[in-house]
Design a binder for this molecule. Structure first.
Ligand SMILES: [Fe+2]
Length: 272
């Protein structure tokens, strides 16, 4: 045990397909599209897993937060929820002062904070980590890392970084087979020794691939599959513009490109 008093929820055993997603980012249109898919496929509320950052860049923080908590059975806090609950003045991503992301957060974060004031207690109570069993395998659900909720673990990060987090998780939970994480915004899976690391990606912002579709994942009996989420991105972007959230993320919803690649490791940046 680390001595840190993590909030951990055990959800027991899940049966059937499990919906995995991260980063709704106050993007209500994307969340609605995802929940429609879950309904169409008969994925019950108990089998819907959100890796946090429900509230961020987009225009509808309250309704998005409310629907995720109501419609999804397993939800862990992201750094955005932690920072909003603490009445902090930034999202806690550690963006460099004056960077594009830092400047944008000076607008969207206070916008979200003003609208989430009455929800601080609820955000404060959110779990740091969840655990469930599926198809004989035990999975932990976290946001970025357990040792650091805002840790960026990319598909190209060294195995040692993943191993550190797996060790921290197992110190709390005992042996696990896999980790379901979010935060970095890119969907990927990786084998780390005997462990399966799954980043379900985010539904609220495209993965910087030049297309507006976002991503989610399905955990099924044979493994995990990543899927595209088509949704009314133009409507989400218009809502942002109407709300004055015009610092770059609104354009990203349409273009599929992030406002800046400064957070990305060099090898993942777009080459033109
Ligand atoms: Fe995050």
């Amino acid at each position: 045990m680390s001595g840190i008093d993590y909030r951990i929820e055990d959800h027991g055993e899940l049966h059937g397909d499990v919906l995995l997603f991260g980063g709704p980012y106050s993007n209500l249109e994307a969340l609605q599209a995802l929940l429609e898919i879950a309904e169409e496929r008969g994925i019950p509320q108990a089998n819907r897993v959100c890796t946090g950052d429900i509230v961020a860049y987009c225009a509808d923080p309250q309704v998005t937060f409310d629907r995720v908590l109501f419609d999804c059975g397993i939800v862990v806090a992201g750094n955005c929820e932690k920072q909003l609950a603490a009445d902090a003045d930034n999202c806690g991503c550690g963006f460099q002062d004056g960077s594009v992301c830092d400047m944008a957060s000076k607008t969207w974060f206070p916008y979200a904070a003003a609208r989430m004031e009455d929800w601080r207690d609820v955000m404060e109570e959110m779990s740091d980590m969840a655990v469930f069993t599926h198809n004989g395998k035990r999975y932990a659900v976290i946001h970025g890392g357990l040792s650091d909720i805002s840790r960026y673990l990319w598909p190209v990060s060294p195995d040692s970084a993943f191993e550190e987090e797996i060790a921290a998780i197992e110190a709390e939970l005992g042996p696990i087979d896999g980790v379901i994480a979010g935060h970095c915004g890119l969907p990927f899976e990786k084998r780390i020794g005997t462990h399966h690391w799954i980043n379900a990606g985010v539904i609220g912002m495209p993965p910087n691939d030049g297309h507006p579709d976002t991503r989610f994942a399905i955990l099924f009996d044979g493994g995990v599959k990543f899927e595209r989420l088509p949704y009314a991105f133009y409507s989400a972007a218009s809502s942002m513009q109407a709300a004055g959230l015009t610092q770059g993320y609104d354009a990203s919803l349409n273009s599929g490109r992030w406002p800046s690649e400064e957070i990305l490791p060099q090898e993942l940046r777009r080459r033109v």
